[in-house]
Design a protein around this ligand. Structure first.
Ligand code: GAL
Length: 661
């Protein structure tokens, strides 16, 4: 296990480098990411490579036993390149090119930009492939948007459509362009969709195209690094659930997935913030790393969020380890005095004198050094699966059905409920095998096909529990509504039909009457309401008011050795809590610890070793009742736990059984 920092030696005087490296080493930082925005310093003029300064910076770090991850600097094309080839610039919907001066202002399709990227990555790879201090590569930086609307992209989109549909007749049929008389008679007529009057089909294909262009651009870099640097790993710093790029596909090209983690009041903090960690790990179902974790007050020209409270930086570090990360790199070492990120604080403030944050992270450094490789390779225990299909997300983001419907937030209501009960969650792509998940939630399988329906049926028949929800089986791959009763291909598995549905915009939530095995407790439905007809399933919940009073709202269907729950509405937190509690108990997975919204408990295993991570996200003391019988030892303090564990604000415990299994 390692901690480290993102470091920009090019922002500091040469005389600062040694003292910086020494302070890093003293804090226990053993890993540094370098170079990911330094194109203009590595290639100040076209074809003039200057790696001497970077060699020197790496040597200074190496002298302190610090290893290096090099970033390819392609998120920031230098001004000379944009001036010479303005066609590399990203063009907005309004037809205007983004001006240089910031970052991410390039076009992924531009053959010229791909060529310049190829050249710099080749030069870097050639120079550093055998460097003993360089352990890995980060490609570009947070790759993704903005979408580009330049002429090259317009032509590439038409070519992409030609490959996908082969004939215009097939495309017109698939998209239903007879609607509003938009049957294309030549490929060159098809535009990049710029306004909201387009149908969902072209919009989904445009999103697929955009993601594909980003991936193709990215692959150029991966291919070079794989060929030239076989001893070094390749990673990319992803942004949690960001979905402009199909991260599942991106992850396939990487050795490991990295996350940029910026908890706080803007992007969420606390226990349930771990959903992004679970997603990051799930992209490869392997240990992962954090490439950027906030280490102070944040803000650009805008986007300010409150500073971390004492203890939170340490807590957030362990939260990632608790979810399977094996390295955490903090953003950034010393706060920049210039540029857009002057408020984005690092471990050190602008003045460079170590303070509270440095001391807090030094504590983590010392603890990590003592823990050694204890958790390296340990797997994360996750009996619950959530299937998250990037394409269904795209389609549901294009057309929500209800202005407040957010398919990701809906999926994560399930994550939250299971996590509150301390059950580990793994995300799965529909094409995956779902590992050993005992409970598999498949939220809004909007673009569900026969293959997924068959797989889910086999999974249930073999004894699995499947949870299906509203807006499933609704569309085909072209984002056109299916010509059958809902939930489409999933109806025999669900054992129910959608008789009628409503998106009750502006209405009060409907009251639900829950039925056994759910307890008769209050719960409500909102956002979307399917009124169901039973075709083999029994009702788990009925509407108790509103237009569908008396009709089934959720069902339970026994299938082979397993069962299928269909939830035809978006419920309140109480509903998901009751559902998760019942399902976990039903599967023998109930946690011995009381559910909590602030105390997080996760489990990792390595061979016969078990580790329980106990994290207190509350700003106050929390008491945890330990299960009877088994004594545990805290790896951080060496102490044995009693019947009650008293957790101080933002406390971290790593417990292991004193009696091995
Ligand atoms: C990340 C990005 C970093 C830095 C940081 C703070 O998203 O990768 O380069 O900009 O945000 O703004």
């Amino acid at each position: 296990m390692d901690i480290g920092v993102d470091y920009y030696p090019e922002h500091w005087d040469r005389t600062d480098w040694e003292p910086h490296a020494k302070l890093m080493a003293e804090a226990g930082f053993r890993l540094v990411r370098l170079g990911e925005f330094a194109w203009s310093k590595m290639e100040p003029k076209e074809g003039r490579w200057e790696f001497g300064w970077l060699d020197e910076a790496i040597e200074v770090l190496r002298a302190q036993n610090i290893r290096v991850i090099l970033g390819t600097p392609t998120a920031t094309p230098p001004p000379w390149l944009a001036a010479r080839h303005p066609d590399i610039l990203n063009v907005g919907k309004d037809g205007r090119a983004l001006e240089p001066g910031g970052r991410r202002h390039y076009c992924y399709t531009s053959p010229v930009y791909r060529e310049y990227s190829r050249k710099i990555v080749t030069a870097m790879a050639g120079h550093y492939a055998e460097h003993p201090a360089v352990v890995g590569w980060q490609t570009d930086n947070e790759i993704g948007g903005p979408k580009c609307f330049c002429d090259a992209c317009a032509k590439a989109f038409q070519d992409w459509l030609k490959t996908r549909y082969v004939t215009l007749e097939a495309l017109n049929r698939a998209w239903g362009t007879i609607f509003w008389s938009q049957e294309w008679s030549d490929w060159s007529q098809i535009p990049l969709p710029r306004h909201s009057m387009h149908g969902p089909s072209i919009l989904l294909d445009h999103q697929r195209f955009h993601s594909g262009q980003v991936l193709a651009y990215h692959q150029v870099q991966v291919d070079i690094l794989r060929k030239s640097c076989p001893k070094q790993f390749v990673t990319h710093n992803c942004m949690g659930f960001y979905n402009e790029v199909d991260y599942w596909a991106l992850a396939k090209s990487l050795d490991r997935v990295a996350l940029d983690f910026y908890p706080g009041n803007l992007w969420g903090e606390g226990k349930f913030n771990c959903a992004g960690h679970d997603y990051t790990r799930s992209l490869k179902h392997q240990p992962w790393m954090v490439m950027e974790q906030r280490s102070g007050l944040t803000g650009w020209l805008e986007m300010f969020q409150a500073g971390d409270l004492p203890g939170q930086l340490r807590l957030w570090t362990y939260q990632t380890v608790a979810h399977g990360a094996d390295a955490v790199v903090y953003f950034r070492w010393r706060t920049s005095r210039f540029g857009a990120e002057q408020y984005w604080h690092g471990v050190l403030d602008h003045h460079g004198v170590p303070g509270r944050r440095y001391r807090e992270l030094s504590r983590v450094g010392a603890e990590f050094a003592a823990l050694g490789d204890r958790f390296t390779g340990a797997s994360y225990v996750a009996p619950v699966g959530i299937v998250l299909d990037p394409e269904s997300r795209w389609a549901l983001e294009i057309q929500k059905g209800h202005p407040k419907f957010d398919c990701l937030a809906h999926a994560n209501l399930y994550h939250r409920a299971f996590t509150a009960h301390h059950a580990g969650v793994e995300y799965w792509h529909p094409a995956d095998d779902f590992g050993g998940a005992k409970i598999l939630v498949v939220p809004t399988a909007f673009l569900c096909d026969e293959a997924l329906a068959k797989k889910l049926t086999a999974y249930a028949e073999a004894g699995g529990t499947v949870v299906l929800t509203f807006r499933s089986g609704v569309k085909d791959a072209a984002n056109v509504v299916v010509n059958e009763r809902l939930p489409g291909v999933l109806r025999s598995l669900a054992g129910c039909l959608v008789e009628e549905y409503d998106a009750p915009v502006g209405r009060e939530p409907f009251v639900l009457a829950l039925a056994a095995p759910l307890p008769k407790k209050p719960a409500t439905a909102t956002i979307w309401c399917d009124a169901l007809t039973l075709t083999g399933a029994k009702a788990l919940a009925r509407y108790a008011d509103g237009p569908f009073t008396g009709m089934p709202a959720a069902t339970l269907h026994r299938v082979g050795k397993g069962q299928v729950v269909y939830v035809g509405f978006q419920g309140d937190a109480a509903f998901y809590g009751l559902l998760a509690k019942w399902l976990l108990a039903d599967q023998g997975l109930a946690s011995p610890f009381a559910p909590s919204d602030t105390v997080e408990i996760t489990e990792r295993v390595k061979g016969k070793e078990r580790f329980l991570f106990v994290l207190n996200h509350a700003a106050t003391e929390s008491k945890l009742k330990m299960p009877a019988g088994k004594p545990w030892r805290d790896l951080l303090t060496g102490q044995k736990t009693g019947r009650t564990l008293t957790l101080t604000p933002y406390d971290v415990r790593i417990l292991t059984p004193t009696v091995p299994a």
